[in-house]
Design a protein around this ligand. Structure first.
Ligand code: PMP
Length: 428
């Protein structure tokens, strides 16, 4: 069956369409934190990219199917679900962030954020953190790493150093690391202004995914936001990967930098529909009025009734199952177990993360930090053979990105750590 599936893909998809693993798995179903392949074999999901409350959560399945059988249309019609969902969603955000533009994917949300920023500021340039991925539309591909583009770097995109305390200029032992990395961003704002091209926006992720599972150092965002406000630069938090309680400490990633750190716009997707396409940009009334006073922006499927039913149910599940708290406690426990492995295996150079979003960086030599890229891929293949799914990320593909559903249990954390321990012990 896997051969037929792969042949079918080869015949009708681009030949380079990516698959996880050298020997891909034909998945037939999933439930909570496990996938099941065509032979009924179970795989623990520490890799998942979208599932927040567990795969095929029965309440979500019921909400979606119920709504699909009742009403699904576009948001020019009026239905209660849209306003209920917008109200519930904005209640998770700081005061002032209360206008929602519903779209269908993270890329669309970021694309719209840049469009609004450019329109409001009448400027073009965008400052980003190097190596951060923000999506696939042409506009957001321009602000994503070059390996995802098909042409050269646009001269309106200005990367700033990844605030990586493992590899970067300022380390974990430097309490001023956050402020020092922030200074590079502010210098970039000022250099661009001096060149007559002050930036429209500063776009960031609160824990860098593609950039290498990098946790922002404390004190990083506050000075950047203050400088941006003084200079009329729009701040955009891309919460597509990190939002919705995943980081444990707070519902939104930017909130882990302190209560006063509030961006002008927040973009979200992935987790908010648990795999169903639901995405949004949330901003202030002032910005929304200035952007679109005549109502020219419209997305046909954004905020459709089924998307709203799923999104609303997901917020209810998050609360009733106390999943943000589990991200904090069990996520912390998982990090602790991974840290313990670093004491036993030289290959582990660094373990970092927040809540249920962590990274294990493999290096050939702890002193030179030479990335163990091939080894990392092999480790993922061996873990798959052990029934555990995880995948590399980062500019050198030498970092395991762990992003399990928030319903992951301590027993599952043990299962993951034991499998990784066995694979590292056995070698390859
Ligand atoms: N922003 C971030 C941080 C992402 O990780 C992604 C997807 N990997 C996107 C935006 C784009 O989201 P989508 O693929 O849903 O368009």
């Amino acid at each position: 069956v896997i051969d037929t599936a792969l042949r079918g893909r080869k015949a009708h998809l681009p030949e380079t369409h990516p698959t996880y693993f050298e020997q891909p798995i034909n998945m037939v179903r999933a439930r909570d934190c496990r996938f099941y392949d065509e032979h009924g074999r179970a795989y623990l999901d520490a890799l998942n990219n979208v599932t927040l409350v567990g795969h095929c959560h029965p309440r979500l399945v019921a909400a979606a199917t119920r709504q699909l059988g009742r009403l699904n249309t576009n948001s020019r019609f009026v239905y209660d679900l849209l306003s209920e969902y917008a109200e519930r969603l904005t209640a998770t955000l700081p005061d002032g962030l209360d206008v929602v533009y519903f779209v269908n994917s993270g890329s669309e949300a970021n694309d719209l954020a840049l469009r609004i920023s450019r329109y409001l500021t009448k400027r073009d340039d965008v400052v980003i953190i190097d190596d951060a991925y923000h999506g696939y539309t042409t506009v957001v591909a321009d602000v994503s790493p070059s390996r995802y583009r098909h042409y050269g770097k646009p001269d309106t995109t200005h990367p700033t150093p990844v605030p990586d305390r493992y590899r970067g200029a300022y380390g974990y032992d430097d309490p001023q690391a956050g402020a020092k990395y922030a200074a590079h961003v502010i210098e970039t704002f000022d250099r661009l202004a001096a060149e007559g091209r002050a930036p429209a926006a500063y776009l960031f992720e609160a824990l860098l995914a593609g950039g290498g599972q990098v946790v922002l150092p404390p004190g990083y965002l506050a000075p950047i936001f203050a400088a941006a406000a003084e200079r009329g630069i729009v701040t955009i938090a891309d919460e597509v990967q990190v939002g919705f309680g995943r980081l444990g400490e707070a519902f939104w990633g930017f909130q882990t930098q302190g209560p006063d750190v509030v961006p002008d716009m927040v973009t979200m997707g992935k987790s908010m529909g648990n795999g169903f396409p639901v995405a949004a940009l949330v901003t202030t009334r002032e910005i929304s009025r200035a952007f679109d006073p005549t109502g020219r922006f419209f997305s046909t499927y954004g905020g459709n009734p089924v998307a709203c039913a799923v999104g609303l149910e997901l917020l209810g599940i998050m609360e009733e199952e106390d999943l943000q708290r589990n991200a904090l406690t069990t996520g912390g426990y998982l990090l602790e177990r991974l840290g313990g492995l670093a004491g036993r295996h030289e290959l582990i150079g660094d373990v970092r993360g927040q809540g249920f979003y962590s990274g294990v960086e493999f290096v050939r030599d702890r002193r030179t930090k030479e990335p163990a890229s091939e080894e990392t891929l092999m480790i993922c293949e061996r873990l798959k053979d052990e029934g555990v799914l995880v995948y590399p990320t980062g500019p050198h593909w030498n970092i395991l990105k762990l992003k399990p559903p928030l319903s992951f249990t301590p027993a599952m954390a043990d299962e993951f750590a034991a499998a990784l321990d066995r694979v590292l012990e056995a070698g390859w």
